[in-house]
Structures are given as C-alpha cells and as structure tokens.
Design a protein around this ligand. Structure first.
Ligand code: NAD
Length: 497
C-alpha cells in the first residue's frame, strides 16, 4: 500500500517511528494509502529547517522572490491535471471542481508575485527640519499553516505563497485525510527554485498541531478548519505569544426577496448548496425566503431541478458532485438529517438512501432539503458540511436580516433581489465577513482578503490579499536625519518642527 510521508528541507522525509493514518477513496469506501502522522521530533526537524532557511531567504530581494514564484505558478499550471487528480482521488470532488480550486490558489500566487508593490513602505519628508521618516514591512520568521480536508490545494495556497513572498519560511500541516496534493505542491516549489527549507510539509494530527503551537521558533500560525479547533489553535497559539489567524466553520444564509429572479436564484442555491457535496465553507446551507409566495416558487423550482442532479464518483464526468470525504463525516451528516426529522422539519428531498451500483460502500449522500426549519433546531444552529439545505420562511426582510445577524457564525451571506436599496442595506448591516449580492458564493479574489466575522474567524487578519501581507510582516518605522551639527542632549520628548 502507498505510504505518504513528509517533505522537509527540500526532500521527502520518512520517519520509521511515526504512527500512521488511513487514506480512503471516498467513492468506494476503501483504504488506498496510509499517511505518516508526524511525532514531535519530525515537526521540530521541519521547524529547524525553516529557521535555517530563513536567514538567507529573508535577505533575498523581493524581486527575486517574485521571479521564483512566477516560475512556480507556471509549474502548477503545467501539472494541473496531476494535481487535480490527487485532490479528487483523496477528497472525492469532481475534476472540474478540483481544477477550479487550484486555479483559485494560482491566483494567490499571482498576487504574491506582485510583492514588490505590496511591501512598499510609506515615506514622509521633513517630519522635522532635515528629518525624514519611512516605514518598512519585514518578515516574521518561521510561519506555520494548518489546513482542512475540503480544499487540500487551495487553502494551503491561500497561505504559503504570500508568507514566503514576504520573506518568511513556512511549515505546512495539511489535513491528514488528503495529504498527497500538498506534498506535490512542495516538490514543485523545489523544481521552481524555492530553496530547500523555505516550504516544508509535515503530515499529522493533534500531536503535530500541538508541537507547532508550543515551539518558540514559530512566529505566526494560519489555521483554517472547524470552529472548535480554530478557537483552540487561536487561544493556545496566542498564549504562546504567536500571531494567529484562525478561520473556522460557517452557516451561510441566502436571503431571497420576493422580487428575486426565480430561475437564477434556484440555480444559485443548487450550485452553492450541493456543489462539492456541501463541503465548502462558503456553501449556502440556509435559504431564507421572504414571504410564503417566494418560498413556494423557490421550493417547487428547487425540487424539480434537484431531481436532475447526477451524484457519483469523480471518474465519471457527468457527475455534479461526489461523495463526502470520510466515513465519520458521512455518519455525522446522516445523523443531522435524522435529527432534523425528529425536530419536526419537513424533509422534502431525502439523500440518505442514495445508492449507486458498484459504489455501494462509498460515502454518498444525495441532495437533501428540509422545509419549515426553525431557528431553534440543531440543523439550523450547527454547521452540517454536507449536501443538506434548510429552507426558512420569514414574513419580512428585517426578520431575515435578524436571523443572519443572530447566528453565531458569520462567514458569508448572500441577498438575491432586484432592489438596490435592499442590497445596500444588507451589505452594510449584515454582521458577516463576505457578502454576495446576487452572487451565491462570494469568495473574494486573491487581491482582496478572505475572512468571516463572529465565530468564523478568530484573530484580526483575514487571509491572502493585503491582509495576508499585513499578517505575515512586522511594521517598522524609521526616523532619519543626516545633519551633522550637535545641539547637545535633549531631555524632553523630542518635538520635531
Ligand atoms: P478540522 O477542524 O477537523 O481540521 C482542521 C485541521 O486541524 C486539520 O489539519 C486537522 O489535522 C487539525 N485538527 C483536527 N483536530 C484537531 C485537534 N483536536 N487538535 C489540533 N488539531 C486538530 O476541520 P476539517 O474537518 O478538516 O475541515 C472542515 C471544516 O473546515 C469545516 O468546519 C469548514 O467550514 C472549515 N473550513 C473553513 C474555511 C474558512 O475559510 N473559514 C475554509 C475551509 C474549511
């Protein structure tokens, strides 16, 4: 059976003393590989390699780093098919979906190649007589990234291209569920000319994460995953004086106004609720219909279109979405559907008994829709992270906005309407990090920053874009004069004039 290990100091690294974890093909429910789960020593080796590489890499000029990243981008484009296959095989999503996620990662690399502009400081002349002032943004040192199973290529690429473009070195701890694509990304980095030690990958679980949280040489941690672990990483990382950005889970609402275009809106719901089997932190999982008439129109159209969806393995191009990633998660999603039924929501499309010949042991759940969902139900309050949509009906727009704002998670939300006033009001008043106006999955492009509010993000920085540069650099301000006259010691706080 294939054994997957780590990538440290520019080469594959294997440790005979590691525990291992199984990797499954989720479409058939069978183990296809095993991954080494790094112990403390392996993680420390990666951090040491990154610390050593920092000395030289941080002094490499930004334009040189930018040129290397341009080559890296070209290599990723050249290897797109292989990378997408690695993602789909271990995650389960369709090939076009994997390619789309890699493309989003490539865009972050493109942004990072513009680091020469992003690192430019500010300059003020004559802050005093013959005195100037300027700012510098300097790298932090060793940064670490801890990433979830649902985007094994894109989420790591939200982090390390910006971090290393800023002059830092990086230790990536990807999800232990689908680790092959991140390893390939590290191999390609070496081929592009990124020096050994600048990007290391350690596979592992809690032991690896805790080692990162405790190691004094790690200066900053980017985390993306579920809310409880995001909170854990944020509290323990900051307790150890590290800079931490920890992005957590989501429960994204789409508010549908009576004037919304029914066809366009239902297509948007279907793609965003069921695409990638709902395993996206920007998936729409709650459709809030304003008014009973709106609900009836949307519901009927949704049911009609949902019946036509194709669910199956990534190897069959006609499929719209694939299985859930792993058995524990599959059982959890089924448990949520059972709980919704028990709590009195109306199950109008039931994906529980989905079966496909030849794939009976795969972790497939068909498109599932609950109507009459209430705010006190578990299926409304908690993130399900599967192809399960809740429909909630409100009498007014204000009631819909209150629902959005009262939810403890605040990653993304969308409003579908023809009214500019409603769209403006929603954008300004929703307590949410990323807003879509007639756009169901409002994922910011690479040169803007991605991040939620409330319990969807712990820390003060969003990821990639300008906030990524701020997160991965320290600000320094220099005040400079070259006047040679000596006026003698000054004992009060200097007032420059
Ligand atoms: P997860 O929280 O279980 O795992 C994320 C990472 O944390 C993995 O690398 C894992 O190895 C590690 N980890 C797991 N348990 C740990 C523990 N007890 N102690 C220390 N480390 C631990 O998340 P997941 O199941 O891999 O991914 C799905 C979640 O990620 C969903 O909640 C989804 O919303 C979220 N997500 C959020 C975003 C975002 O941008 N906000 C993006 C993608 C995914």
């Amino acid at each position: 059976m294939e054994k997957i290990s780590h990538f440290i100091d520019g080469k594959i690294y294997s440790s005979s003393s590691s525990r291992t974890g199984p990797i499954f093909n989720p479409a058939i429910g069978q183990q296809i590989a095993e991954v080494e789960l790094a112990n403390k020593d392996t993680v420390k080796l990666a951090i040491e390699s990154a610390s050593k590489a920092f000395v030289k890499w941080s002094k490499t000029t930004p334009i040189s780093r930018s040129r290397i990243l341009s080559k890296y981008k070209e290599l990723i484009i050249k290897n797109m098919n292989e990378l997408a296959e690695l993602v789909s095989k271990q995650h389960g999503k369709t090939i076009p979906d994997s390619k789309g996620s890699i493309q989003r990662g490539i865009e972050v690399i493109e942004y990072a190649t513009g680091i020469t502009s992003a690192l430019k400081g500010e300059h003020s002349t004559s802050v005093g007589t013959n005195v100037d002032s300027h700012t510098l943004r300097q790298p932090l040192g060793v940064c670490a990234g801890i990433t979830p199973f649902n985007f094994p290529a894109m989420v790591p690429m939200w982090m390390f291209p910006v971090a290393i473009a800023c002059g830092n070195t990086f230790v990536l701890k990807p999800s232990e569920k689908d680790p092959s694509c991140p390893l390939k990304l590290a191999e390609l980095a070496i081929e592009a000319g990124i020096p050994p030690g600048v990007l290391n990958v350690v596979n592992g679980d809690k032991e690896a994460v805790d080692t990162i949280l405790e190691d004094k040489n790690v200066q900053a941690i980017s985390f993306v995953g579920s809310t409880p672990i995001a909170e854990y990483v944020y509290h323990n990382g900051t307790k150890n004086n590290k800079r931490v950005q920890a992005l957590g889970g989501a429960k994204n609402h789409m508010v549908i106004m009576p004037d919304a275009d029914v066809e366009k809106t239902t297509d948007a719901i279907i793609g965003s609720a069921f695409g990638s089997a709902g395993e996206r932190c920007m998936a729409i999982s709650v459709a809030v219909c304003v008014g009973d008439k709106t609900k009836e129109k949307i519901k009927n159209n949704l049911l009609e279109k949902t019946e036509k969806l194709n669910v199956g393995p990534y190897t069959d191009e006609k499929n719209d979405f694939g299985p859930l990633n792993n058995k524990a998660h599959y059982e959890k999603v089924l448990g949520y559907i059972d709980s919704g039924e028990k709590e009195g929501a109306k199950l109008i499309s039931d994906g529980r008994n989905f079966k496909l010949q030849g794939y009976e042991n795969g972790y497939f759940v068909g498109p599932t829709i609950f109507d009459d969902v209430k705010a006190n139900m578990k299926i409304y309050k908690e993130e399900i992270f599967g192809p399960v949509l809740s429909i909630v009906t409100t009498k007014t727009y204000d009631e819909a906005l209150t629902l959005v704002n009262d939810h403890e998670l605040g990653n993304g939300a969308a409003v579908f309407t023809r009214s500019g006033n409603i769209a403006k009001h929603f954008t300004e008043n929703a307590k949410i990090g990323m807003i879509g106006v007639n756009v169901p999955i409002p994922v910011p492009v690479a040169y803007h920053s991605f991040g939620g509010w409330k319990r969807s993000l712990f820390g003060d920085h969003s990821i990639h874009g300008p906030d990524g540069v701020r997160f991965y650099t320290k600000l320094k301000t220099a005040t400079v004069t070259w006047v040679e006259d000596n006026a003698g010691p000054e004992f009060t706080i200097p007032v420059l004039s």
